[in-house]
Design a protein around this ligand. Sequence first.
Ligand SMILES: [Zn+2]
Length: 80
Amino acid sequence: MERMAEAEKVTMALDDRVIDVTKGIDKLHVIIDKQKNEPGKRQTIDCPICGAKAAMTYVFSPYNGHLHAGCTVCRVSIMQ
Ligand SMILES: [Zn+2]
């Protein structure tokens, strides 16, 4: 029973983390949509997930248009 309670706590913590990262990705798109974005041009912004100053870089691939973003502080890495 104790292991079930512990597993439930871990699952709830992971759910919270997924929700936080998802909200951060939504914020990232709001920020990016306001910038002049050229494919292949790497840009640095404050991380919309952990809030660290100038910690996230992102770039749109010149090959396929995918967004690649990552934070050096919270280590979130995004590819869409
Ligand atoms: Zn971060």
